[in-house]
Design a binder for this molecule. Structure first.
Ligand SMILES: Nc1nc2c(ncn2[C@@H]2O[C@H](COP(=O)(O)OP(=O)(O)OP(=O)(O)O)[C@@H](O)[C@H]2O)c(=O)[nH]1
Ligand SMILES: [Mg+2]
Length: 473
């Protein structure tokens, strides 16, 4: 029975029961305990027809679920005509087999479900290779009896139904085929990875790069499309994006950054998947600034932010500055929740990628990071120093112009990096009447965090949020 069921792991259009064993210390969404698993199941194409939860101090070795609950699950499956039970927990191959025998329906775990979604969504060559590697590593050991599936894996090699040998012997052959396929895929991926690494390094030399990251469905692609020329696929389902796109984001005043949109994160992302998606995440890992987008509509925003932070640490994106942005504030029914959230994260910026609300402020923050802290200062240069005056006019925001004693004195919004560029061009200037080095020490002290903004203090979160809310109405 179990072998027949596991020949096909696709979740499409099946009637499914969701199962979760809650262990001490497990994360549970109080308002909708199986909400995320349900969203994943529906994204994969299943119809959820039942739910079952059990609290245990530890999983039962053979079946994970307790004995009584296994019987309950079997009865529920019969009653609802379910063909599939999806566990929120990761199960061992032996547990899956034991459960399938007892429940008499296909059992898959959360990692397999996520892999299935990825497999369906992978459209680029690189994403397909990455998914296949992860599937061979994670799913294959669970599919010893799946000769058909293996036939697909090895690209139609003669291991289909008609050619299978007696039991163990066949398994040995299959293992070798799988190993060979894995080796081939890893080589191909490594080559692509090298190319990507070169591309990313070059891009970082040519431009300031900003990575857009966040939990799946946070609205990354929507923000990406709004900020840039767009072209990213945005969708209400989970894992709409599986590859990385990079586009130019014009920030005004002749400044731009390269913004990347990438695959979303999720709690307990199967680690094989993280490993094989490393090259997709490369743009993010090496971006100079990270925008972390959080979904204000999701009651689990806090857990999602934590997951994103952890995943970033795991993939080595630890050295860049991180800007936290709270998205979807256009539809937050209960703004008190948002205020509580913003009070806990006072630096977070509330925006709506859908309406564009707050985007100018976000651009400003990014610009501030890029330029290394923007300050309102007066830069004076000789009137005939057209290079410097041109630079200031084109690359900075000029607030006032004055021409005392044959000089140009421009009140501008100047970044630390602007000063470096001016000095590199040999500009003879004073800043607020001081020599450049003295002015740098005064206006941009080493310990200063560019993110904390320059001369103007930002209003506290509740004021920012309310002000923007009123404006948008
Ligand atoms: N109301 C509202 N909906 C939004 C906003 N931003 C995004 N959405 C919606 O949220 C859903 C997910 O948006 P995406 O941009 O695809 O999210 P993502 O973070 O790219 O998701 P993945 O690629 O799956 O990781 C879509 O249905 C969007 O229309 C927003 O500011 N307000
Ligand atoms: Mg996306």
């Amino acid at each position: 029975m179990s072998q027949i069921h596991r020949e096909q792991l696709k979740v499409m259009a099946e009637r499914a029961i969701l199962v979760e064993v809650v262990l001490p210390g497990d994360y549970v969404d109080a308002s909708e305990p199986l909400g995320e698993l349900r969203a994943l199941a529906e994204t994969a194409g299943a119809t959820v027809v039942g739910e079952l939860m059990q609290k245990r101090r530890k999983p039962r070795g053979r079946t994970y679920l307790g004995k009584g609950k296994v019987a309950e699950l079997a009865a529920l499956a019969k009653m609802t005509d379910a063909t599939l039970a999806i566990f929120d927990n990761d199960l061992s191959p032996a547990q899956i087999r034991a459960l399938e025998q007892a429940v008499e329906c296909k059992i898959i775990d959360r990692s397999e479900l996520i892999l299935d979604i990825f497999a369906n969504r992978a459209t680029t060559h690189m994403a397909r290779i990455q998914v296949e590697i992860a599937q061979l590593e994670y799913t294959y050991p669970r599919l010893r009896a799946m000769w058909d599936h293996l036939g697909q894996i090895v690209g139609g090699a003669p291991v289909g139904i008609g050619t299978r040998g007696p039991g163990e012997q066949q398994i040995e052959i299959d293992r070798r085929l799988v190993q060979r396929r894995l080796k081939q895929l890893r080589t191909e991926l490594a080559q692509m990875q090298q190319r990507k690494t070169r591309e990313v390094a070059q891009r970082n030399l040519d431009h300031y790069t900003v990575g857009l990251v966040g939990y799946t469905n946070a609205g990354k692609s929507t923000l990406f499309n709004r900020a840039t020329a767009g072209g990213a696929f945005a969708h209400a389902k989970l894992f709409a994006t599986l590859s990385t796109r990079v586009e130019r984001w014009e920030l005004g005043g002749g400044n731009h950054v390269m913004l990347s949109d990438t695959v979303g994160f999720i709690r307990e992302l199967p680690h094989h998947l993280v490993a094989s998606f490393k090259s997709t995440l490369e743009e993010t890992v090496h971006a100079q600034l990270l925008i972390i987008l959080v979904d204000a509509l999701d009651p689990n925003a806090e857990m999602q932010l934590e997951t994103v932070m952890q995943t970033l640490d795991e993939i080595g994106a630890t050295y860049q500055r991180r800007v936290i942005v709270l998205n979807k504030i256009d539809v937050v029914a209960d703004s008190d929740d948002v205020l509580v959230w913003l009070n806990r994260h006072p630096d977070a910026l509330p925006i709506s990628a859908a309406t564009g609300q707050g985007l100018d402020e976000l651009a400003e923050v990014v610009l501030d990071h890029m330029l290394g802290g923007v300050r309102e200062v007066v830069v004076a240069a000789a009137l005939n120093d057209s290079n410097t005056i041109d630079f200031l006019e084109k690359r900075t925001e000029v607030l006032e112009r004055d021409y005392p004693d044959g000089k140009a004195a421009l009140k501008v919004r100047l970044g630390r990096r602007h000063v470096d560029l001016l000095l590199a061009r040999g500009a003879k200037i004073t800043i607020n009447g001081m020599q450049p080095l003295e002015a740098i020490a005064e206006c941009w002290p080493e310990t200063d965090d560019p993110a904390s903004g320059g001369d103007e203090e930002r209003p506290p979160p509740h004021e920012r949020f309310c002000a923007e809310e009123e404006e948008s109405e």
